[in-house]
Design a protein around this ligand. Structure first.
Ligand code: PHB
Length: 400
């Protein structure tokens, strides 16, 4: 027994995978992995501090809410949470992920928010085979070239919410646009997706402005927009950075002369702090504040009751990350090592999400509606479906 607990994961996998090793595998892992009594260890790797702190909190909150609504059980087992603050810092990402996988020996990693941090996590998830559910970061590669059977996303690819806005802006009569974002993977991929949609619809990008992440000194960039006078601006910022950006944009007097658009991250979970500076902003996203479907009504009421706060898209993604895990753990009857039924069930999941129906693409990324929304009275109000059941192209994904 002592020897069993000393087996590292890779050795253990070889043992399990060896010819005729089924009996040995059972003997090698009598406890605690299969024991129904041991808690399932869920490791949250999220940016609990910094510009994305509110995103982390809402993901964490709603994940726990969902598990709690299911009787605080995953496949019949109780749940233990471990948290690591990744600070949205890619330079610390490998160490932080290793802490969860090697030191804390979690059964599943739920994380993260920042695309750069995510790609370091993807590498380790691929090397170790650890189950990972991505509750926000849109890094396209996670469900394209770097896809894997143990990597699932409950959120979006960076392409998904941005591509449809190209057509929306072109249809509003805008012929030229400037893009503005933080200079890192998510910003780059989101701008590329918008550019693809906008140029396809006949628009032209006349400037690209890049702000170092997570800086919020926007003034010199806003001056360039005022000088260039494009028909519109498409911008991605989120969390604390989005609050400051939208206020600065309004304070610079640009709102009327150069309409501002973006993916919904610009105005989700930020409206209270942005106040009237956000009024009238149009964004595209896989959620809105008034979808009013039964799942959303129940989710919002329970979230408000539990946390005395309004949920947002990040909370929805955390809630659905838990839904995916519950579906998998129920199919595996609580045995996290039963990878075949576990992954097959998550892959085939059909969730009646607060955002509307979602299913998983071949690359394990949600297929979902993208909504056009407009800020009115402090809410991201539904305008129309900008793209129905939109799937990321999943380019280059070859499941092992
Ligand atoms: C990302 O880094 O992928 C990211 C971060 C915050 C968002 C959206 C995407 O709101």
């Amino acid at each position: 027994m002592a020897k069993t607990t000393l087996l590292d994961r890779r050795t253990a996998l070889k043992v399990v995978g060896g010819a005729g090793a089924a009996g040995l595998a059972l003997r090698a892992f009598p406890t605690p992995a299969i024991a129904q009594g041991a808690p399932v260890k869920v490791g949250f790797m999220l940016p609990y501090t910094g510009t994305y702190a509110s995103l982390a909190k809402n993901i964490d909150n709603a994940f726990r809410q969902y598990v709690s609504e299911k009787g605080d059980k995953l496949g019949g087992r109780t749940v233990e949470y471990v948290t690591v603050d990744d600070q949205a810092d890619p330079s610390k990402a490998t160490d932080n992920m290793n802490k969860l996988v090697d030191r804390d020996k979690v059964d599943v990693v739920v994380g993260t928010v920042h695309s750069g941090v995510q790609m370091a996590m993807v590498k380790i998830a691929r090397e170790t085979g650890k189950l990972m559910i991505i509750p926000n970061a849109g890094a396209d590669a996670a469900t394209r070239a770097a896809c894997a059977p143990n990597i699932f996303r409950s959120s979006f690819s960076n392409w998904q919410p941005c591509f449809p806005m190209g057509k929306v802006m072109a249809e509003a009569g805008h012929k030229t646009a400037i893009t503005m974002t933080w200079k890192y993977g998510a910003g780059e991929e989101q701008m590329a997706a918008f550019k693809e949609g906008f140029t396809k619809a006949g628009g032209q990008i006349v400037g690209e402005l890049w702000v170092p992440f997570p800086e919020v000194e926007f003034q010199s960039f806003l001056t360039q927009i005022a000088e260039k006078k494009p028909d519109g601006v498409f911008a991605f910022f989120a969390g604390g950075g989005a609050v400051k950006f939208v206020k600065d944009y309004a304070a610079a007097g640009l709102r009327k002369s150069v309409p501002l658009y973006g993916p919904g991250f610009l105005t989700d979970g930020t409206l209270q702090a942005q106040g009237e500076a956000a009024d009238g902003l149009k964004t595209t996203l896989h959620y809105a504040d008034d979808l009013n479907n039964p799942a959303d009504k129940a989710f919002r009421a329970a979230y408000q009751k539990r946390y005395s706060a309004e949920p947002d898209v990040y909370a929805v993604q955390g809630y659905d990350a838990a839904a995916l895990l519950v579906i998998g753990m129920d199919a595996a009857k609580g045995d996290i090592t039963a990878k075949d039924p576990l992954y097959a069930a998550i892959h085939r999941a059909k969730i009646d999400s607060p955002r509307g129906p979602i299913t998983m693409s071949a690359a394990n990324n949600p297929i979902q509606n993208i909504y056009l929304r407009e800020v009115k009275n402090g809410k991201n109000v539904y305008v129309k479906v900008a793209a129905e059941a939109l799937a990321d192209p999943g380019t280059g994904c070859k499941m092992a």
